[in-house]
Write a protein that binds this ligand. Structure first.
Ligand code: PLP
Length: 394
C-alpha cells in the first residue's frame, strides 16, 4: 500500500461534506449549477471589508523592506500587540504579546495547541455535534476523542461533562458560536464550566485545559455577545482565525491566545512556539499578519448573514421542521423528520438539494445546512425544501 493504512482508512471514510461536494459536482454537470441547491459548504461568499483592501493597497504601494522574511515563530510583535490590546480591553485582563502566537488559521492553531498539550492516549472531550476535523486533529497528536452530548437546545450539559472528565482527560474543546448548531454559550454556562474544571483539577491534581475554538465569535445575531472564556475559566486557551469574520479563509491567518492566569504560561507559550515551528508552519503568513494588525475591530457585514438566517428560519419553521434558532455562525442544524439522517439527505438529493447528515458531526437524526452564500441562491433553493417537506408529510 503506497500510503499509511490509517490515511487509507480515513480516505475511504471521507468526510460527508467532501462526499456531498462530489455529489454536487455530479448533479451540476447533469442539471446545470443554477438548478443545484448546495447548502453544504462553509466557505464565505462575502468579500473582506473595505478596510482590508485599503491596507492591501497601502502595503502594495509602499512595501516595507524585509517584509517577506522569516520572523519570530510566534509572529510579529506588532500584530500580537494589537491582538493582546483588544483582548485586554475586552476582558480587563493583562493580556500581552507573550500570550499570543500567530497561526495558519484556527485549524493550524488547534493542531499546535494539541501537539503542545497531549501525551499519547490522553483524552480530549468534544461535545456533540462538533466540527468533524477535531477528530483528526486530536488523532494527529496521539490523543483520543471522547464525545459528550449537549442538551436538546445544543447548550453545554455540564452534568454530562462532569461525568466524562477523568484522570485521562487533558482538555475539552468548546466552539461558540457553534458549527454546526449555531449555539452561543452564555456567561452563566461558562462560569459553571469554570467552577466544574477547578473542582476537577483539585480532585485530579492536574490541569484540564479548556480550548475555546471561536472563529465565528463576531458572527452573532440580535445583540448576542460571546462572553470571553478568560473571564470564567483559568486554564483556558482561545484559538481563532480571520477566516470567517474578515472572510479570509484562503489566507490562513489566525492566532492562539493564552489566558494570562493559566498555570505555567511561559512554558506553554514556549511549547506553542516550538510546535508552530516543528509542525512545519514555521510562522503565520507575513503579509497577512501585517494586514490584519489594524483590523482587529473590523468584520464582514453581519446584518447580511442575519437576513439570510431569518429567511431560512422562517421558511423551515413554516414548513414544520424542528429547528433551534441559531444565534451565531452561519449554519442550521434541524432535526430530520426520520431517524436515519443519511437516508433523509439522500432523499433531499432528488430535489437537487444538498445537505450534510448530522452523523458527520457526531449527532445522527439531524442535518446541517450552511447559509454563507448569496441570498439569490438561497431563495432559489427554498422551494426544494418545500417539496422535501411535502415528501415527509410535515
Ligand atoms: N473551527 C471551526 C468550528 C470551523 O468551522 C472551522 C472552519 O470551518 C475551523 C475551526 C477552521 O477554520 P480555519 O482553519 O480556516 O481558521
Amino acid at each position: 500500500m503506497p500510503i499509511a493504512q490509517k490515511i487509507e482508512t480515513s480516505l475511504s471514510n471521507s468526510s460527508w461534506i467532501r462526499r456531498m461536494f462530489e455529489e454536487g459536482e455530479k448533479l451540476r454537470k447533469i442539471y446545470g449549477a443554477e438548478k443545484v441547491y448546495d447548502f453544504t459548504l462553509g466557505n464565505p461568499d462575502v468579500e473582506p471589508p473595505e478596510a482590508f483592501h485599503r491596507e492591501l493597497r497601502k502595503i502594495a504601494a509602499d512595501p516595507v523592506p524585509g517584509m517577506h522574511r522569516y520572523m519570530s515563530n510566534a509572529g510579529y510583535e506588532e500584530t500580537r500587540q494589537a491582538i493582546a490590546g483588544v483582548l485586554a480591553e475586552d476582558t480587563g485582563r493583562p493580556v500581552t504579546p507573550g500570550h499570543i502566537v500567530m497561526t495558519c488559521g484556527a485549524g493550524g492553531g488547534l493542531n499546535v495547541v494539541l501537539k503542545t498539550l497531549l501525551n499519547p492516549g490522553e483524552e480530549v472531550i468534544v461535545t456533540t455535534p462538533y466540527f468533524v476535523e477535531y477528530r483528526f486533529y486530536v488523532d494527529n497528536h496521539g490523543g483520543r476523542i471522547k464525545e459528550v452530548p449537549t442538551k436538546a437546545d445544543f447548550q453545554l450539559d455540564t452534568a454530562a461533562l462532569a461525568e466524562a472528565i477523568g484522570p485521562n482527560t487533558r482538555a475539552i474543546i468548546i466552539n461558540s458560536p457553534n458549527n454546526p448548531s449555531g449555539a452561543v454559550y452564555p456567561a452563566e454556562t461558562l462560569a459553571e464550566l469554570g467552577r466544574l474544571l477547578e473542582q476537577k483539577e483539585r480532585e485530579l491534581g492536574t490541569p484540564v485545559y479548556l480550548i475555546s475554538d471561536e472563529p465565528y465569535a463576531k458572527i452573532v445575531y440580535e445583540g448576542t455577545t460571546v462572553p470571553n472564556v478568560f473571564n470564567y475559566i483559568k486554564n483556558s486557551i482561545i484559538v481563532t482565525s480571520h477566516s470567517k469574520d474578515l472572510a479570509l479563509p484562503g489566507e490562513r491567518i489566525g492566532y492562539i491566545a493564552l489566558n494570562p492566569d493559566i498555570e505555567d504560561s511561559e512554558l506553554i507559550f514556549d511549547g506553542l512556539v516550538f510546535c508552530n515551528r516543528t509542525l512545519g508552519f514555521v510562522n503565520a503568513p507575513a503579509l497577512i499578519q501585517r494586514l490584519i494588525t489594524p483590523l482587529q475591530r473590523q468584520s464582514v457585514d453581519i446584518a447580511a448573514y442575519q437576513e439570510k438566517r431569518d429567511v431560512i428560519y422562517k421558511h423551515l419553521t413554516e414548513l414544520g421542521f424542528e429547528v433551534t434558532k441559531p444565534m451565531g455562525a452561519f449554519y442550521f442544524f434541524p432535526r430530520c423528520p426520520i431517524e436515519d439522517d443519511v437516508e433523509f439527505v439522500r432523499r433531499a438529493q432528488k430535489y437537487n438539494l444538498l445537505l450534510v447528515p448530522g452523523s458527520g458531526f457526531g449527532l445522527p437524526g439531524h442535518f446541517r445546512l450552511s447559509y454563507c452564500m448569496d441570498m439569490q441562491v438561497i431563495k432559489r433553493g427554498l422551494p426544494a425544501f418545500t417539496e422535501l417537506a411535502r415528501e415527509f408529510n410535515l
